[in-house]
Design a protein around this ligand. Structure first.
Ligand code: ADP
Length: 499
C-alpha cells in the first residue's frame, strides 16, 4: 500500500495485488478467514506495511483439509491420467515464466531480496522445477517381484506406487516461491492433494501462485493455500488427523514440534531443517575461484540459506590471502533495498531476524571474535546488516556452532588437513558442505567422509530440480528434489496373486 506508492517502477499487477487484502485459496475459491481476521506483511526495506492478508487458523485449515480430501478421493483429480496431470504441471511452469517480472517484484518487496536476483534465480528455478516434475507424472512405476520361497509361476507379485494422500506443506520465508515449487511439484506429480501454508513473513507470492494454479486448470481443492502464523495455522495443519503427510522446511526447533504434532495420527513426515555448513579451502585450491565462491556461499540471499557456507575452514598457508579476498568481496557488496538496480544484497526479512543476527554479532565480539569487515547493522531504517567476516572464533562460541541465518561467516585456519573432516563434521547439522582443491583424489576422499546431504566440489549453492537436497543428522529427514522425493509422496502397495 504505502510502500507500493513509493516505488516508481512497480508492475501494475503487483500494485493491484498489494493494494487489496489478499484472501486464502480453499476449494478453488478466494475466501476470507473464518474469523474474519487479517494480518500485515511488511516491506523489510522500510518496515512499512506492504499488504494485508487473510489470517488462517484451525477452522480454515480444517476447511482446506476437507477440500483436499474430497479432491483426492472423488474429484476429477482422482480420475485424471498421469499424462493429464503432467500437462497441468507443465502449464503452471509456463505461467510462472510468463509472470516472471510480477513474481520477482513480489519476492523482492515481501522478502527484501534484490529484484535482479529474483529475476534470474527464484522465479526461473521455480518454473524449471514444475517443468521437471511434469515429466515425472508419467513415470511413477512399481516393480515385478520374483518371490524367493515360491516356485516360479506360482504367484505374480508386483508393487504399485500410490499417492500418499492429503499433504500439509509448511514453508519458510527465505525463498517463498521456490520453496512452494519444491513442495508442490512432487506432490502434484504423484497425484496427492495439498494444503500449503506459506510463512507469515512472505505470503504474497504463494497466493499469486494460487491464481496461476487456477488459471492452469487444476481442479478445485487440489491445492489449497492458507496463510497464517506458525503457532496457529501451521500447528493445526501438522496436527490435523485427516492429513496423511506433512512436509516442512524451516528451523530445526520447529521441526521437532512438527514431529510431535504429527505423532497423533502418525502421519508421514519429511523435514528440511537448519545447517551450519562447513566450506573447506585447501592450500592447493584455485584461490582466485575459491575466494568469490566462498563469499557467495555465505552472502547469497543475505546468508538466509539453510545451506549457507557459514563455517569457512582455510588451510593456514593461504588463510590471510583468502580472508583478505573475501573481506574485499564483502566490501564491494552493495547493500540496498531490493528494487535498487545496484542492490546486491537487500535487508533481512524481518526485525526479528535483524535482532537475531545482531545478537549473534554482539555475542561473538564479546567472546573475543574480531570482525575483519562488517559486524553491525547498516543504517537505521529497514533491516539491513553489513556482510561480515569474523576471525578469532573457536568451537565453543555460538557464532561458530549455531545457525546465524545472516550474512556472517566465521573464517577458521587449519594446519593439519588430516583433521579437517573431523572438524567439518563436528556439528549437530549435516545439510551441505564445500571443498575447494585442484587435487581430484583429495576432493573425492573428503567428499566421501563428510556427513552432509550435499557436497559441492569447487563450487557452491548449485541447485537443480534433478539433484536431491536434504540433511544428515539434525538437518532433516528425507530429500527434496530429484526422483528421491517421489518416494516421500507415495505409498508402496505389494500385490500378490496366486496363479
Ligand atoms: P524461521 O525461524 O526461519 O522463521 P520457522 O521454522 O519458525 O523458521 O518457520 C518456518 C515455517 O514454519 C513458517 O511457515 C512458520 O509459520 C511455520 N511454523 C512456525 N512454528 C510452527 C509450529 N509450531 N507448527 C507448525 N508450523 C510452524
Amino acid at each position: 500500500m504505502a510502500t507500493a506508492a513509493l516505488i516508481p517502477s512497480i508492475d501494475s499487477n503487483v500494485s493491484k495485488f498489494v493494494s487489496q487484502t489478499q484472501k486464502m485459496l480453499i476449494n478453488g475459491k478466494h475466501v476470507e478467514a473464518a474469523s474474519g481476521k487479517t494480518f500485515a506483511t511488511y516491506n523489510p526495506a522500510t518496515g512499512e506495511v506492504l499488504a494485508n492478508v487473510a489470517e488462517g487458523d484451525r477452522e480454515d485449515i480444517d476447511r482446506a483439509v476437507k477440500a483436499a480430501r474430497a479432491a483426492f478421493e472423488s474429484g476429477p483429480w482422482s480420475r485424471m491420467s498421469p499424462a493429464e496431470r503432467g500437462k497441468l504441471i507443465w502449464k503452471l511452469g509456463d505461467l510462472i515464466d510468463k509472470h516472471l517480472e510480477e513474481f520477482a517484484q513480489l519476492e523482492s518487496l515481501d522478502n527484501g531480496k534484490p529484484l535482479k536476483v529474483a529475476r534470474v534465480a527464484d522465479v526461473p528455478l521455480s518454473a524449471a522445477h514444475f517443468h521437471y516434475y511434469a515429466g515425472w507424472a508419467t513415470k511413477i512405476e512399481g516393480n515385478t517381484i520374483p518371490l524367493t520361497m515360491a516356485a516360479p509361476l506360482k504367484y505374480l507379485a508386483y508393487t504399485v506406487r500410490e499417492p500418499v494422500g492429503v499433504v500439509g506443506q509448511i514453508i519458510p520465508w527465505n525463498f517463498p516461491l521456490l520453496m512452494a515449487a519444491w513442495k508442490l511439484g512432487p506432490a502434484l506429480a504423484t497425484g496427492c492433494t495439498v494444503v500449503l501454508k506459506p510463512a507469515e513473513q512472505t505470503p504474497l507470492s504463494a497466493l499469486c501462485l494460487g491464481e496461476l494454479i487456477q488459471e492452469a486448470g487444476f481442479p478445485d481443492g487440489v491445492v489449497n493455500i492458507v496463510p497464517g502464523f506458525g503457532e496457529t495455522a501451521g500447528a493445526a495443519l501438522a496436527a490435523h488427523p485427516d492429513v496423511d503427510k506433512v512436509a516442512f522446511t524451516g528451523s530445526t526447533e520447529v521441526g521437532r514440534l512438527i514431529i510431535q504434532a504429527a505423532a497423533g495420527n502418525l502421519k508421514k513426515v519429511s523435514l528440511e531443517l537448519g545447517g551450519k555448513s562447513p566450506n573447506v579451502i585447501l592450500e592447493d585450491a584455485d584461490i582466485e575461484a575459491a575466494i568469490p565462491g566462498a563469499a557467495s556461499a555465505i552472502f547469497f540471499n543475505h546468508g538466509q540459506c539453510c545451506c549457507a557456507g557459514s563455517r569457512l575452514y582455510v588451510e593456514k598457508k593461504v588463510f590471510d590471502k583468502v580472508v583478505d579476498g573475501i573481506a574485499k568481496q564483502a566490501e564491494k557488496i552493495q547493500v540496498k533495498q531490493g528494487f535498487d538496480p545496484d542492490s546486491d544484497m537487500g535487508p533481512l526479512v524481518s526485525e526479528e531476524q535483524l535482532n537475531r543476527v545482531c545478537g549473534f554479532l554482539e555475542s561473538g565480539i564479546k567472546e573475543g571474535a574480531k570482525s575483519i569487515v562488517g559486524g553491525a547493522r547498516l543504517g537505521d531504517k529497514g533491516y539491513f546488516v553489513k556482510p561480515t567476516v569474523l576471525v578469532n572464533t573457536n568451537q565453543k562460541m555460538k557464532v561458530e556452532r549455531e545457525e546465524i541465518f545472516g550474512p556472517v561467516v566465521t573464517a577458521i585456519p587449519f594446519s593439519d588437513p588430516s583433521e579437517i573432516v573431523a572438524r567439518a563434521n563436528d556439528s549437530v547439522y549435516g545439510l551441505a558442505a564445500g571443498v575447494w582443491t585442484k587435487d581430484i583424489k583429495k576432493a573425492h576422499s573428503i567428499a566421501a567422509k563428510l556427513r552432509a546431504g550435499t557436497v559441492w566440489i569447487n563450487c557452491y549453492n548449485v541447485f537443480d530440480a534433478a539433484l536431491p537436497f536434504g540433511g544428515y543428522k539434525q538437518s532433516g529427514w528425507g530429500r527434496e528434489m530429484g526422483h528421491e522425493v517421489l518416494e516421500q509422496y507415495t505409498e508402496v502397495k505389494s500385490v500378490c496373486a496366486a496363479l
